[in-house]
Ligand binder design. Sequence first.
Ligand SMILES: C[S@@+](CC[C@H](N)C(=O)[O-])C[C@H]1O[C@@H](n2cnc3c(N)ncnc32)[C@H](O)[C@@H]1O
Length: 258
Amino acid sequence: MSKLDWNPDLYLKFDKERIQPSIDLVARIDYNMPVKIIDIGCGPGNSTQILVNRWPHSDIIGADNSPAMIKKATDDYPDQKWILFDAGKDHLNDTFDIVFSNATIQWIPNHDKLLKKFAGLLNDSGVLAVQLPLFFDMPLGKSISGIAGQSKWMAATQGVDELFTINPAAYYYDHLAKYFSKIDIWITDYYHIMESQTAILDMIRTTGLKPYLERISYEKDKQEFENLVLEEIKQDYPLQSNGKVLFPFKRLFFVAKK
Ligand SMILES: C[S@@+](CC[C@H](N)C(=O)[O-])C[C@H]1O[C@@H](n2cnc3c(N)ncnc32)[C@H](O)[C@@H]1O
C-alpha cells in the first residue's frame, strides 16, 4: 500500500458510524427493479453491501481509485464485481439505472463536470444518489483548517483545504436541475456516540485528517499536529456525564431522478 493510499482496516474500525448514511441514502431511492448499479468510491465494499441487500438480483459494480480499497473489497466479497476506476479521470462505456456515491465526491474536484459525467452514466429513468460530509461546517473541520494555517504548519499544509471539494446545497440544486427532473436534497446531523475524545481523532485520522498528516514529513511533527487537533476536540466535544462524547457529524445528501 503506498503512503498516499487508504487504509481499509483502520477505515472500517468505525464502520457503524460510516455505514448509516448509506442505509439512509438507499432508503430514499425510489427504483423498483434496477438492472445495473454502480457504487462510485465503494471503498472496502461496505456501502456496496447496502445496495446488494436492497437489490440482491441487480448487477452491482463497486468502483474505486484506491488499489488498497479494491483489494480489500475483492478479498472480503470475492463473488462481487470490483473495478479500479478514477471518477474524476476515467471513462466507462456503460450505463446504469442507479449511480450511487457515498462519502466520496468531496475528494474529487470540479463538481459541475462530475455531475454531468454522473448524469451521462445513467439510463433514461436513472437515479443519482450522493452523500458528502460538510466537513468545514463542523467545529472539527474548522479546527483542523485553523491549525494548518498556523505559521509552523502553513508551508507543509498549504493547499490541503482545497483538496476537498464541498459545495452548498444551492450549488448542487442548480447543477442537478440541468440533467434531472426530480431532485431531493437534505442535510442530516448524525450524533455519533464516541467512547472518548481520542476516538474522534482515531475516526478522522484515516479520512479528513489524512491529507494534512501526509504533508507533514516527520513522525514527531505529525504527533504534535495531532495533539493540537485533540486539544481542540476536547474543547468542542465535551465529555457527557457518563464519560462518552457526542460527535455531531453533518452530511449533505441528494437523490436526483432523470
Ligand atoms: C470515505 S471513503 C467511502 C467509502 C464507502 N463508499 C463508504 O461509504 O464508506 C472514500 C472513498 O472514495 C475513494 N475515492 C476518492 N477519490 C476517488 C476518485 N477520484 N475516484 C474513485 N474513488 C475515489 C477513496 O479511495 C475511498 O475509498
